[in-house]
Design a protein around this ligand. Sequence first.
Ligand SMILES: Cc1cc2nc3c(=O)[nH]c(=O)nc-3n(C[C@H](O)[C@H](O)[C@H](O)COP(=O)(O)O)c2cc1C
Length: 176
Amino acid sequence: MGKIIHDPTVIWFPSPVILVSCSDNNIDNIITIAWTGVICSRPPQISISLRPATFSYGLILKSQEFVINIPQESLLNSVKKCGSISGKNFDKWKECHFTKEKAQKVKVPLIKECHINFECKVVKTLELGTHTMFIGEVINIHISSEIVENSCIKIPTLIYSPKGAQYGRVIKFNEK
Ligand SMILES: Cc1cc2nc3c(=O)[nH]c(=O)nc-3n(C[C@H](O)[C@H](O)[C@H](O)COP(=O)(O)O)c2cc1C
C-alpha cells in the first residue's frame, strides 16, 4: 500500500459537529463547531475551539458560559447555515426557525429542536494559535426521553470531515 506524504495538518479525520448556543445576556447566537471533544470524565469537561474573529467568541468570552446542542440529521441545513453566516449580521434563531428553551444553570438558551443539550461553564481558556480553546465543565444535561431506548440514544448523530466538507452520520455496525 503506497502512502502519500502530506504537510502537517488536522483536516483528515471525521469529528463531531455541534451547535453551540451563546449569549451576552442581550444577544443570543449559535455557531457550528467541529473542533470539539470530550477531554475529561470527572469533572466532565468538553472543549470547543473558536477563531477570535467569530461573533460567538466575544459572547463566550464575556459570559463564560455556552450550551452544546447535538444536532440530529434532520438539522443538517441549519448546521450549514449556522456555520456560514454570522450573528453580527443575522439572527440565526430566526433564520433556522429555532426555539429558545430556558436552561436551568446558565443564562444561555438551549436549542429546543436539538434532542441533547449540555449546559457548560468555562473553566479555562487557552489561546492556541488560529483558534482559542474554551474548556467547559458540563454542569447540566438535557436529553429528550423520546430518543432514549434501553439506555442508548436511538437517533443517528452527525459527524463532519473537513476534507471535502463531508457530513455523515454515526451508525451502529450491526444496523442494516
Ligand atoms: C461544519 C462546520 C464546522 C465548523 N467548525 C468551526 C470550529 O470548530 N471553530 C470555529 O471557530 N468555526 C467553525 N466553523 C465556522 C463558523 O461556524 C462560522 O465562521 C460561523 O459563521 C461563525 O458564526 P458567528 O460569527 O455568528 O460566531 C465551522 C463551520 C462549519 C460549517
